[in-house]
Write a protein that binds this ligand. Structure first.
Ligand code: TYD
Length: 208
């Protein structure tokens, strides 16, 4: 049987260059001879991509806070079952653009459900498949400016007001403080290559 792979999630607010870094980190891991599955949330499996559409389109008030959190959790349960768990069991590395910490920050923190409630509804679907490491890309300042730039194509959630996104940032920092072994804040400023090196530094202990 193949040795178990690793599970890394990348997190952060809007406009911090997360998708660029997911691609760059995947490439860097492949250069080290690892087999890498790149995936994303909401989505990542066929069923979860259907739920993504429900979550990200339509009016801002399409879903109440609880329904929204449960839909994210349902999508995640399918993503874990169909994509993440099988890949890790086959010895692959999984790199996910967002995972449960987005729900903790956006629904738990910013939308006010509380991180404990959101953690509880997610634990049911995630079971033991929490990330080995979670890297939160963050800009010390200028987050609002980056979001404004990003806002032309924002979706149901990305388009929420600036105060919402400030609460998201704060929640990510609180989660990182509470779960320092798993969750690391990584400075997203500077050249993309430098940021990728910082990310690699935060997973150095997991590399074979
Ligand atoms: P996406 O297009 O993937 O945006 P981004 O490039 O910012 O990752 O849209 C995902 C949106 O959904 C984003 O605004 C964050 C939000 N989200 C939640 O609110 N809760 C969650 O659990 C997840 C995974 C995402």
């Amino acid at each position: 049987m193949a040795a178990r792979g690793r599970f890394i999630s990348l997190e952060g607010g809007e406009g911090v260059g997360k998708s660029t870094q997911v691609r760059a980190l995947a490439a860097a891991l492949r250069e080290r001879g690892l087999e890498v599955v790149e995936t994303r949330e909401p989505g990542g499996s066929e069923g979860a991509e259907k739920i993504r559409e429900l979550l990200l389109t339509g009016d801002e008030d399409r879903w109440g806070a609880q329904a929204e959190a449960l839909l994210f959790a349902a999508a995640r349960a399918d993503h874990v079952d169909k994509v993440i768990r099988p890949a890790i069991e086959a010895g692959k590395w999984v790199l996910s653009d967002r995972f449960v910490d987005s729900s903790l920050a956006y629904q738990g923190g910013a939308r006010g459900l509380g991180t404990e409630a959101v953690r509880a509804i997610n634990a049911f679907g995630i079971k033991d498949w929490f990330p080995d490491r979670t890297l939160v890309l963050a800009l010390a300042e200028g987050g609002a400016r980056a979001r404004a730039r990003d806002n032309q194509e924002s979706d149901r959630i990305g388009g929420r007001p600036e105060g919402y996104h400030q609460k998201v940032d704060l929640a990510f920092r609180q989660i990182a403080a509470e779960e320092a072994a798993r969750v690391r804040i990584v400075d997203a400023s500077g050249e993309p290559g430098e940021v990728t090196e910082r990310l690699l530094g935060e997973i150095a202990d997991l590399l074979p």
